[in-house]
Ligand binder design. Structure first.
Ligand code: COA
Length: 162
């Protein structure tokens, strides 16, 4: 795996949200994702949101929060990398910044969910050390929770120690 050069990672500023929300569906291969990424993640959850820049262009972001129910646990809501900038370590760098912020906030575990059909997300999370939570239902050998986020919205639940 190559390492992206000249990538800076920082908290969101100014119009970062407006730029990201315009491309997010394209970054997910045309899936309608924008409605699941309201601006509040870039304002109220800014301390747990990071944006990656390369040559003054946004090439990735991660957003999440510390669980209000269980401060021992941080939760990653979304991670996305520009398709033209993938496979160069930007997703890993974004996650490592998020992990550092979660540890600094006192969390010792991190969770996220993904669709069982999102094979690249599953491969990425396993590579980053996440384990799927056990479930009687499996697809392609991965346990998942049917209708976890509503009818037809199956999810793999991932967790990792920090
Ligand atoms: C998932 C995603 C964020 C990965 O970003 P990325 O910058 O390409 O990932 P990295 O280059 O940092 O890869 C990190 C590790 O994951 C592995 N990995 C990443 N994508 C992979 C894939 N499609 N298949 C196999 N392994 C993969 C890499 O080999 C790498 O391993 P290494 O560091 O041990 O060599 C990116 O593909 C993406 O934005 N996908 C669309 C949005 C999405 O589905 N987000 C996740 C659900 S919210």
């Amino acid at each position: 795996m190559g390492q992206a050069s000249g990538v800076t990672i920082r908290h969101p500023r100014n119009d970062d949200y407006d730029k990201i929300i315009r491309v997010v569906d394209d970054w997910w291969g045309g899936r309608a994702m924008a409605a699941m990424l309201p601006r509040l993640f870039f304002t109220h959850f800014r301390p747990m949101t990071f944006v990656a820049h390369q040559n003054e262009t946004i090439v990735g972001f991660v957003t999440g929060f510390v669980s209000a129910a269980d401060p021992d646990r941080a939760y990653i809501h979304f991670v996305g990398v520009d398709p033209n900038a993938r496979a160069s370590g930007i997703g890993r760098q974004l996650y490592e910044r998020f992990f550092d912020a979660a540890r600094a906030a006192g969390s010792r575990q991190v969770s996220c969910v993904t669709s069982p059909s999102n094979h690249q997300s599953i491969a990425f999370h396993r590579r980053l050390g996440f384990e799927p939570v056990d479930s009687p239902a499996t697809r392609d050998g991965i346990p998942y929770f049917p209708a976890y986020d509503g009818p037809g919205e199956d999810r793999v639940l991932f967790t990792r120690a920090l």
